[in-house]
Design a protein around this ligand. Structure first.
Ligand SMILES: Nc1ncnc2c1ncn2[C@@H]1O[C@H](COP(=O)(O)OS(=O)(=O)O)[C@@H](OP(=O)(O)O)[C@H]1O
Ligand SMILES: Nc1ncnc2c1ncn2[C@@H]1O[C@H](COP(=O)(O)OP(=O)(O)O)[C@@H](O)[C@H]1O
Length: 569
């Protein structure tokens, strides 16, 4: 007996021989380097994950999908899968042209026969697909600020799958899963979609969902692109592997989906259902606020908590996958177990830890109880998110020449090394100019390059858990902000304005440079013949006049302690 979740579905790959020949031809075609998101989309187009799509949407299909969630064929499809390109690439590219699609290394993965080229109305797309043209929505922001202005559409011939080096054994195409389910005799499969680490509540709810549907369970986390700020997929997969052991053996499987999520709520839920159908699912768990993007720019949720379930239910038959209600599970202290929230009588003690609270506990190194999460999961999360006092950070001194940046920075470095625990690197202005920026002068352009190099090195040090102390003049606000953004991806950025007055710096004139600058022998000298834009809101401002070095350095330490970056005892 064959079951509908076990027969193969169409893929877009050509045969190996054909691929070899086409690859040769493709070398001469106009060539497009796929963005990370397009790479995810292409993989699912080629392996059938986006079945029935045969390529990137044509203009007519795009209009149908945007306005009515339907392809020209009438088939349900809620999400525009488009090849957005630059104006430069689109210029002169005539419909009828074949183009080569390459990955980041330049490997040709597919050939697309361009049938359509158009300039989309992105605001209309945002309104229709995501419900609002509001940049607080990550996909709308992507649409306006990352995606190219021109869309290309047309069928795709797959030459080879994108290469993944991580968790290879856990990545499966739709047909691999279908074959696996056939082999195992899994005719009913409940899929759980997730972009977060699984805690005990999730384990309980997925286990119950499978039992109620009398089905096997597949945890199917997204490892392509999720919501900015999510736990990285490497950490999450280690967590999922730990949770997998908690299910009865041979009932549950884990497979990774290289999907680029849009956080499109209701439409995304329907899309997820269609994708899971292709991957052999018969049932799909849709919860509260499925694929929710959070709050809009007015501070209100983009979608109602059950909008996704509603839209899914409306199209359930066509999706071909049964919706399984997410039971909101809570921990009942008296009975020391998880139970569905709607089945609990009054008067019992229900415990919960929100995502925000969990992040706070990780950040501050506080206890995370066993009733909330499995110890193996907590261990993985703690490895990735150590408390702030063990994370890397950057202290960035800025101020005029002779203000005292190097002197305070050196004192701070020694005090931090005395405390120990983290490696410390001092990127002093003079030292950097000797080693990193020896070819640069003091024009605005060169100063910016210099500061960005310092910022890049500091961000790498911060990423790897060290302390970077920088002490350049860094006279421009915009450049300092750029460095802050680079560093804050990985840890705290502490800007210290050494606000010694110009007259005092000039009076000290430690290197005799002010005198030369006054005499015009040094050009573009900061404070004399070149600008210094004072920081408006530094984490700390110190004045060195009539204050000794020690107490300046101590003020910095106190700031670091207040920010939770060091423990002073
Ligand atoms: N024209 C001009 N303007 C400013 N400074 C000059 C100039 N020429 C040489 N110097 C010496 O170079 C040091 C400043 O380099 P920075 O890398 O910190 O400058 S910047 O941040 O790129 O603007 C600075 O060192 P500090 O005194 O430690 O600040 C000066 O000694
Ligand atoms: N509280 C203070 N902090 C830092 N430097 C001070 C202080 N008071 C006096 N100074 C003196 O000011 C000068 C600062 O020079 P330096 O640290 O090289 O400045 P910069 O690196 O900003 O050019 C040194 O001679 C230092 O001894």
């Amino acid at each position: 007996m064959t079951h509908h979740n076990q027969t193969p579905i169409p893929e877009l790959y050509v045969s190996e021989d054909a691929a070899a020949a086409l690859k040769h031809e493709a070398g001469n075609m106009p060539s497009w380097d796929l963005t990370p998101r397009q790479l995810c989309d292409l993989e699912l187009l080629m392996n059938g994950g986006f079945n029935p799509l045969k390529g990137f949407l044509t203009e007519a299909d795009y209009d149908g999908v945007v306005n009515e969630m339907r392809l020209q064929s009438g088939a349900l499809w809620p999400m525009p899968i488009t090849l957005d390109v630059s104006e430069k690439f689109a210029e002169g590219l005539e419909p009828g042209t074949d183009i080569a699609l390459r990955d980041a290394e330049g490997v040709i993965l597919a050939i697309m026969s361009v049938t359509d080229k158009w300039v989309p109305n992105k605001s209309h797309e945002a309104e229709k697909v995501f419900g609002a043209d509001d940049l607080a929505h990550p996909a709308v922001n992507y649409l306006h600020n990352t995606a190219g202005p021109v869309y290309l559409g047309g069928p795709v011939k797959g030459l080879q799958a994108p290469t993944h080096y991580d968790f290879r054994g856990r990545r499966n195409t739709p047909n691999e899963l279908r074959a696996q389910f056939k082999k195992l005799g899994w005719t009913r499969v409940v899929v759980f979609q997730t972009r977060n680490p699984l805690h005990r509540a999730h384990q309980e709810l997925t286990f119950r969902a499978a039992r109620e549907a009398q089905a096997n369970l597949m945890i199917h986390p997204v490892v392509g692109m999720t919501k900015p700020g999510d736990v990285d997929h490497f950490t999450r997969v280690r967590c999922y592997e730990a949770v997998l052991d908690k299910y009865p053996s041979a009932t549950t499987t884990l497979s990774l989906l290289n999907l680029a999520m849009r956080m499109g709520g209701p439409r995304e839920a329907v899309w997820h259902g269609l994708i899971r159908k292709n991957h052999g699912a018969t049932h799909f768990i849709v919860g509260r606020d499925h694929a929710g993007p959070g709050k809009n720019s007015a501070g209100v949720d983009f979608y109602g908590p059950y909008d996704a379930q509603e839209l899914f239910r409306k199209h359930e038959a066509e999706i071909g996958v049964e919706l399984v209600d997410f039971k909101h599970m809570v921990y009942v202290q008296e009975r020391a177990q998880y139970e569905p929230a709607d089945e609990i009588e009054e008067g019992v003690t229900v415990l919960n830890i929100s995502g925000t609270e969990l992040r706070r506990r990780l950040r501050e190194g506080l206890e995370i109880p066993e009733w909330f999460s499995f110890p193996e999961v907590v261990t993985q999360l703690r490895r990735t998110s150590p408390p702030r006092a063990r994370q890397g950070f950057t202290v960035f001194f800025t101020g005029l020449s002779g203000s005292g940046k190097s002197t305070i920075a050196n004192a701070l470095m020694v005090k931090l090394m005395e405390m120990g625990g983290r490696p410390v690197t001092l990127l002093d202005g003079d030292v950097v100019r000797k080693h990193l920026s020896s070819e640069l002068g003091f024009s605005k352009e060169h100063r910016d390059i210099n500061i960005k190099r310092i910022g890049y090195v500091a961000s790498e040090i911060t990423k790897n858990g060290g302390i970077a102390i920088c002490a350049p003049i860094a006279p421009y606000t915009a450049t300092r902000r750029a460095v802050r953004e680079m560093v804050e991806q990985y840890g705290a950025f502490v800007e210290v304005h050494v606000a010694t007055a110009l007259e005092e710096c000039e009076r000290r004139d430690r290197k005799g440079l002010y005198k030369l600058a006054r005499e015009g022998k040094i050009k573009e000298f900061t404070g004399i013949s070149d600008p210094y834009e004072e920081p408006k809101q530094p984490e700390l401002r110190v004045d060195t006049q009539d204050v000794d070095v020690d107490s300046c350095a101590h003020q910095v330490l106190l700031t670091l302690e207040n920010m939770g970056l060091i423990g002073l005892n």
